[in-house]
Design a protein around this ligand. Sequence first.
Ligand code: ZN
Length: 84
Amino acid sequence: MLAGELVRQLDYKAAWAGRQFVQIDRWYPSSKRCHSCGFVLESLPLNVRTWDCPDCGTQGIDRDVNAARNILQAGTALLAGADG
Ligand SMILES: [Zn+2]
């Protein structure tokens, strides 16, 4: 499935379910940003599977769960009218 088709389907399904579909900036650092304090790492190699924040001490969060929380925060901010 092409990316454009996936986006179209998500938009359609969200509307069908009475939900809002929001796209965040594709360059938003969702994996490298701490969902708890906002600290951003310079790099996070793919073999590192957990998020350990050097700034606030958050530890052991699955990197994809951390990224998902960041994406949720970014999307919610967009819906609230804040600048992403
Ligand atoms: Zn942190």
